[in-house]
Design a binder for this molecule. Sequence first.
Ligand SMILES: *[C@@H]1O[C@H](CO)[C@@H](O)[C@H](O)[C@H]1NC(C)=O
Ligand SMILES: [Ca+2]
Length: 223
Amino acid sequence: MKLLVGLVILVANARAIQDLSGKMFTFPQQTKTDHVRLTPSHTNLGVATVCHRSFTDLKRDHTLFSKSLPSSANEFLVFYDFKNKEVEVHGRNGKAEYGGLDYKPNTWHSLCTTWDAGSGMVQLWFNGQPLVRKFVSQSNKTGVPIIILGQEQDSHGGGFDINQSFLGMMTDVHMWDYALSPCEIQKYVSELSFTPGNVLNWAALDFQIYGRVLIENKQMYCQ
Ligand SMILES: *[C@@H]1O[C@H](CO)[C@@H](O)[C@H](O)[C@H]1NC(C)=O
Ligand SMILES: [Ca+2]
């Protein structure tokens, strides 16, 4: 009996490396627990770009991408501030705010963010449009990161807040250990052929689902 229970838990929470091309994660309910944990292929990045597409109708704050280090809960965070209608990019102790965006509900949005931990500079590309380069924070912190979709970490791997959880769909999450060129970002946004992430690769994603997060076929527009 014990073995059986163990197996069930193992199946529910199996860590897998899977090609998610053509798929999306659906976060169908508001909880302070359900999330997906991503394991990067390497850590201690000096420079990073992360891209993802998301679709939501939330009328409150929500997380889009949360990476923490043991010493830094908001080491790299992309977050939507509903009240101020801004996408925030947090890098360690600082944040940059990007307002004036057409962040329409029930629409796919592609966000790409670069962060250079050495210079402390970030830049957000919203649906392929480059926004202002801003300083957030320099960081030389190392350690094993925890990367989470669906919940925002206030501590390393935890400290979730139901009112900052993500509800909706998310797809095409990639992370690189360099700053993508404008051309590469355009290719990503247009879903043309691009160099997949060498830190997180949606086509070979190392992930673990906790709670009710579904893998479904990606719904884009009929063309
Ligand atoms: C979440 O937001 C709701 C509505 O504003 C509020 O009533 C509730 O206390 C909040 N919960 C937490 C844990 O902050
Ligand atoms: Ca929080």
